[in-house]
Design a binder for this molecule. Structure first.
Ligand code: ZN
Ligand code: ZN
Length: 365
């Protein structure tokens, strides 16, 4: 029998995606089997309708072909099990790429209904340490050639008194009897999708899986303490203002065996009045007199390293550019270096002596 998904969700055919989502949320709550108003068959239907109408592509197909376009699909046809679904829901939709099913906001909604959206902690005892963002100021040449920097980080580190296990040394740590150390309790739930196991944080141990009799006197049972650490970080050559460098695993320590977070260094590079940088190329301006320009000359030019002698040929025009090969910025990925360009500025004298004037007038003739 042909189904009208619009009717099932109680929306108009021209409803916006937002309206469809809202309608689904409302109906899913209403019919959820755990609710007093629950109706498993209707819940299943509402879910099916949202899978189609909540996805613009599938909605178009449905508008064109009706539900015949989707026979064999739906939740049962995705090849997912409850664990995949829960994982997906916890991640807010992304993740599992082998699953040919677009969760979109669905995960979020189910998280809301089943109560595992917000509480990551309950499902996993290990807590990932938080990341830290910092700004790092660099001198112009430090960015060009790279530098080792000593940075200060205020972060959580594993408590050295209890070694992160949260108990005062010498006091017993018992495995939680309620969850057997898993940190989760499994419940069988009957839903429209059939019977499923759902896991929630163990009420006895709060998801830790263990019971500490006497909390560590240094970290008060948290397992980590605040620490002002100094860290050596290597800044590679060629970095620029605005870049972000990741220093993996050096931010806040994880809890209960969780991975530490990462430090993100946002680079701010000071300007240098002598050099202008454009990517890997460096531009430097050099003033010469009009006589030097006319007759040619040898001038000293500052580079990123040692100053060098640059020969200016006779008849050099204002704003001429001379290239100093591979005197620019080291290239991070490919090796090699950018170029340096010397831009010649010709100074015209503002005051001339009587003699100089005479010479120039003779020259002009
Ligand atoms: Zn427990
Ligand atoms: Zn401790």
């Amino acid at each position: 029998m042909a189904k009208d998904y619009y009717k099932i969700l109680g929306v108009e055919k021209n409803a916006s995606q937002e309206e469809i989502k809202k309608a689904f949320r409302k109906k899913a709550h209403e019919f959820h089997p755990d609710k007093p108003t629950g109706d498993e068959a209707k819940f299943k239907e509402v879910n099916e309708a949202y899978q189609i109408l909540g996805n613009e592509e599938k909605r178009k197909q449905f508008d064109q072909f009706g539900d015949a376009a989707f026979s064999g699909q739906g939740f049962g046809g995705t090849g997912m099990n409850w664990d995949d679904f829960r994982r997906q829901a916890r991640q807010g939709g992304g993740g599992a790429q082998n699953v040919n099913f677009d969760f979109g906001d669905l995960g979020d909604i189910f998280g809301d209904i089943f109560g595992f959206g917000g509480s990551r902690r309950g499902a996993s005892r290990a807590q990932h340490g938080a990341d830290i963002q910092m700004t790092l100021n660099l001198e112009f040449k430090e960015a060009v050639f790279g530098v080792k920097k000593d940075i200060r980080v205020s972060r959580h580190v594993k408590c050295s008194h209890c070694h992160g296990n949260m108990a005062e040394p010498g006091t017993p740590i018992k495995t939680c009897g309620t969850c057997g150390g898993a940190g989760q309790v499994i419940q069988m739930r009957r839903t429209m999708l059939g019977q499923f196991q759902t896991a929630s944080a163990c009420p006895e141990c709060g998801g830790e899986g263990k019971l500490v009799e006497t909390k560590c006197s240094v970290c008060f049972g948290v397992g980590v303490v605040q620490d002002d650490s100094r860290l050596d970080v290597s800044i590679p050559a060629g970095v620029e203002s605005g870049m972000t460098l990741r220093v993996p695993g050096q931010a806040h320590a994880g809890i209960n065996g969780g991975q530490p977070g990462d430090i993100y260094l946002q680079l701010r590079v000071k300007k240098d009045l002598r050099f202008t940088r454009d990517g890997f190329d460096i531009f430097v301006e050099k003033n010469i007199s009009m006589v030097q320009a006319a007759l040619g000359s040898s001038i000293e030019v500052e580079t990123l390293e040692e100053p060098i002698e640059l020969k200016i040929p006779a008849g050099t025009q204002p704003d001429s550019k001379f290239r100093l090969k591979s005197k620019g910025v080291p290239k991070m990925n490919t090796g090699g270096r950018g170029e340096m360009y010397v831009v010649i500025k010709v100074e015209v004298p503002k005051r001339l002596s009587r003699k100089q004037k005479k010479i120039l007038e003779e020259f002009d003739e």
